[in-house]
Design a protein. Structure first.
Length: 476
């Protein structure tokens, strides 16, 4: 699977509300929980969380394995994280290790006074100012138990999610103790609803604050198991091809899709308020007569035109999209040197943006990859799929003085829309470009659902599997 969807999926499995009773809060002691994870009822992996209490605080260790497939290529993903916290569960440090398809991502984050210091392997340290204490996502179950013991039904807490390198304030609602089924066993657990700025997750926790069951979009369910049950089948054929599973089929064959400059689509299963504001012209329709579905219907018109006029580098107007981040290290000497070498003495911004699209397309080998890429990593190991292309393009463009961002959504290929990532570059207006397909500008058959960093890209999770698409009109 591609970057944002896979990392967000991993976050939903291993980084949301805690890990896996009685009706009273358990003692501050250690515990362990093994979970089987299913997607739409099909086994895709397992995780184990170990919670340890020491005199000086807490340690939460999580290891997750996923067996996936992408366009018929089996992928094995392993995520390992260790978070340490003070006795009152405030975050002190977290380490993160991600490996998949031969690509490795290591990162560490440490709270120092009023700053969160994040360092990815091979990159410089990056500081984020903090105006309040943070908590590890793995501690949410424990925090929920403490809130219940204090008579609270709701609370809010800022958390750091290392899987997306982001800080978010989550709202937690305690919904009471109830029996919940996990495999062949029934547990008495505290039901908790955790709502972030992106989506909501429901978890059931035992008296230690460890997960018994967790449900998250899009159809992910993790549940308590024995170690033997959890690891059963590890290393076998994945069987679940996520890109195929969540593709959106259409009844139209599009000839030369790269040349499409305007398209009208009928969308179902998604509301206008769930789409980016700049996606195109949106019209809301009433449900079709005689239809058994009362779902929302939209008509969306997307147009793309080549940029007109001339601009010189650097381009002004969107300075925040010239800044470096943990995954887009445009300030790294290697990235700056490569951008300068590709563009030579070119100062025309439109031509520079086009040259970078072509260079990334020509120099990154097309390999289905389940990975956590950064611009530096892809420059050093130039292979991967759309996310690798997009993050490298963003890094090179920003280094050259071109404001750029990553967009994610659905793109047409072979009578279906598939999950895809591409870029938008600021040339007096945001222009979509696709270095994976070598399109400048990108065709109108790109349905953007989100843009931004890893955390923002996770906004697509609640939409995956819900959207229906019908092509109404095409113009070339």
């Amino acid at each position: 699977m591609r970057l944002a969807f896979l990392v967000s999926l991993a976050a939903a499995l291993a980084g949301c509300p805690g890990r896996a009773g009685s009706e009273a809060i358990g003692p501050d002691r250690s515990g362990e929980a093994w979970l089987v994870t299913e997607l739409a009822g099909r086994h895709i992996g397992h995780s184990v969380t170990r919670m340890e209490r020491f005199d000086e605080g807490w340690r939460f260790e999580n290891t997750m394995h996923m067996d996936l497939a992408m366009m018929g290529v089996d992928q094995q993903v392993r995520v390992h994280s260790v978070a340490t916290a003070s006795p009152d569960l405030r975050l002190e440090s977290v380490t993160f290790h991600y490996e998949g398809q031969g690509r490795v991502m290591d990162a560490v984050a440490v709270v120092q006074e009023n700053n969160l210091i994040i360092k990815a392997a091979g990159d410089q340290s990056r500081a984020r100012p903090l105006d309040e204490p943070l908590y590890p996502t793995e501690a949410l179950g424990r925090l929920a138990l403490r809130a219940e013991a204090a008579g609270k039904e709701r609370f809010e807490v800022p958390v750091f999610d290392v899987s997306t390198m982001s800080v978010d304030r989550v709202r937690v609602k305690l919904e009471g103790w109830e029996p919940v089924r996990a495999g062949d066993a029934t547990f008495h657990a505290l039901r908790v609803r955790v709502t972030s700025s992106l989506f909501a997750v429901t978890g059931w926790y035992d008296s230690l604050g460890l997960t018994v069951v967790e449900e998250a979009p899009p159809g992910i369910r993790s549940f308590r198991a024995t170690p033997a049950e959890a690891v059963a089948g590890v290393g076998g054929k994945a069987g679940v091809d996520l890109l195929q599973m969540f593709r959106v089929e259409v009844d139209t064959t599009v000839e030369s899709p790269d040349r499409v400059r305007r398209v009208r689509l009928k969308l179902s299963g998604v509301g206008a308020d769930e789409l980016p504001r700049d996606i195109g012209e949106v019209t809301e329709l009433e449900p079709e007569r005689h239809s058994l579905c009362s779902c929302k219907l939209l008509v969306l018109e997307i147009s793309t035109e080549p940029p007109a006029g001339t601009l010189s580098l650097p381009v002004a107007g969107q300075d925040s999209f010239l800044l470096a981040s943990v995954t887009i290290q445009c300030d790294a000497p290697e990235i700056r040197d490569r951008a300068a070498a590709v563009l030579a003495k070119e100062r025309d911004a439109v031509q520079a943006a086009r040259m970078l699209v072509h260079w990334v397309y020509e120099n990154v080998e097309k390999v289905p990859t389940a990975s956590f890429p950064t611009a530096l990593d892809v420059l050093r190991n130039p292979q991967g799929d759309c996310n690798e292309h997009a993050v490298l393009y963003a890094g090179l463009a920003r280094a050259a003085g071109l404001p750029a961002r990553v967009a994610v959504g659905l793109a047409y290929m072979d009578r279906a829309f598939y999950y895809h990532a591409w870029n938008e570059v600021w040339l007096g207006r945001w222009v979509p470009v696709d270095p994976t397909f070598n399109e400048f500008p990108a065709s109108a058959l790109h349905l953007k659902l989100a843009e931004g960093d890893l955390r923002e890209q996770a906004r697509i999770l609640p939409l995956v599997g819900r959207i229906g698409i019908r092509i109404l009109e095409l113009d070339y």
